[in-house]
Ligand binder design. Structure first.
Ligand code: S3P
Length: 424
């Protein structure tokens, strides 16, 4: 994919449905009694992998463009898959589904693509073993494939060493199959979509500070789920409009759950003008965002803010290159174990374009204001890297070639079409 310099961003965009919420809607809809209608479902490859896994366990799922109907069978209604479950590139699918599989009355094996098979699974294997689950890494390396012998689990209070919604959700979902309540305490609160949706479907689940507790054996009742637009997908267009002179862009129906909207806070801290309009809250909060271009300055990002913008940090790194002053990102070691090592891959690609970036163990120090120029960069087949680089390509001098750009299909199938349509 070759990206030329942007002209200006104008018009309106309804960004695709939230990836985290779409995954959960299919999973919890499958475990609910009755039919769950999901509107504005994200039809990206990751969420299609989740649909594939639940179909393989006997759940009938209809899909019509971005509307999905899940014919749920209750928390004990899944059947043994005939083959190894394949999550593709999706970390959310493998980690959440492993919690569910640990409590089933059947055995299963779950795996994914090369990136998934490199990602750390000890973070879910450890708490599941403490619940007396029978889960092991097939190759003994704490990575996928995972072999799971389903059984009744024991309740625990798990003190998670990482702020990870995937770990928290895995343990809570396993908790539905435990013999007593299960609690998870995180060092910093991560996204709470699991808590919100399970509660709406009828589970007894409560939060206090960074601790969540679930009561076992809930009856989940199917309902209608409206998925808000994904703020992580909106971030690329917010950044592009902010940094392309003469832009005015309206983004419709963007999810603004406080555990996810750190990117907006950072934009504002960098001096951006973002107007929020038409705020609503149907299960999850959302609003329209009006973005006008303007100049940005440096900021410092760390601590409790990190989990609320973890997936937007590659985009923020690009923005920092075009901002005045030195931006510091710290406490973001988790970036090293995403679809790629996002600290090293972003630093390497942006440096190749002329940026001045120091890589640290848990973040980046970015000296803004150096002119970036087009060259050949590589996504490392990481969708968020590809989209962040595409925005960098439209802001730099000369065309930028992105290798492996097709991986945007993981979370945003029409990304390049939308980028082209709004750049006028
Ligand atoms: C997600 C949680 C985050 C995030 C990922 C989606 C989720 O991962 O980076 O893209 O849907 O729960 P971690 O739980 O590893 O922080």
């Amino acid at each position: 994919m070759v990206i030329d310099k942007f002209s200006s961003f104008r018009g309106e965009l309804s960004v695709p449905g939230d990836k985290s919420i779409s995954h959960r809607a299919v999973m919890f809809g499958s475990l609910a009694q009755g039919d769950t209608r999901i509107r504005h479902f994200l039809t990206g490859a990751d969420c299609l992998s989740t649909i594939g896994c639940f179909r393989a366990m006997g759940i009938d799922i209809e899909q019509n463009e971005d509307e999905v109907i899940v014919h749920g069978k209750g928390i004990h209604g899944l059947s043994a898959p005939a083959k190894t479950l394949d999550v593709g590139n999706s970390g959310t699918t493998i980690r959440l589904l492993s919690g569910i599989l640990a409590g089933q009355a059947f055995d299963s094996m779950i795996t994914g693509d090369a990136s998934i098979c490199r990602r750390p699974m000890k973070r879910i294997i450890s708490p599941l073993l403490s619940m007396h689950a029978d889960v092991r890494s097939k190759r003994g390396n704490n990575c996928a494939p995972l072999v799971i012998h389903g059984r009744t689990l024991s309740g625990i209070h798990y003190q998670s060493p990482v702020a990870s919604a995937q770990v928290k959700s895995c343990v809570l979902l396993a908790g539905m199959y435990a013999d007593s309540p299960v609690s998870v305490t995180e060092p910093v609160l991560s996204r709470n979509h699991t808590e919100i949706m399970l509660k709406a479907l009828g589970a007894e689940i409560s939060s206090e500070g960074t601790t969540v507790t679930i009561q076992p054996d809930p009856v989940l009742t199917a309902g209608e789920i409206l998925v808000p637009g994904d703020i992580s997908s909106a971030a690329y267009f917010i950044a592009a409009a902010l940094l392309t002179p003469g832009s005015e862009l309206l983004l419709r129906n963007v999810g603004t759950n406080p555990t996810r909207y750190g990117f907006l806070r950072v934009c504002e801290a960098m001096g951006a003008s973002i107007e929020r309009m038409n705020e609503t809250s149907v299960g999850e909060p959302s609003c329209d965002l009006l973005i006008r271009s303007g100049s940005l300055h440096c900021t410092e990002i760390g601590g409790v803010l990190i989990p609320t913008l973890i997936d937007e940090l590659p985009m923020i790194a690009v923005m920092a290159c075009f901002a005045e002053g030195t931006t510091v990102i710290r406490d973001a070691k988790e970036l090293r174990v995403k679809e790629s090592d996002r600290i090293s891959v972003m630093s390497e690609n942006l440096r190749k374009m002329g940026a001045e970036i120091e890589e640290t163990e848990d973040g980046m120090i970015i000296h803004g204001g150096k002119p970036l120029k087009g060259t050949v960069v590589d996504s490392h087949l990481d969708h968020r890297i590809a989209m962040s680089l595409a925005v960098a390509g439209g802001l730099c001098e000369g065309p930028l070639s992105i290798r492996g750009a097709e991986c945007v299909n993981i979370s945003y199938p029409g990304f390049f079409e939308d980028l082209k349509r709004l750049n006028i």
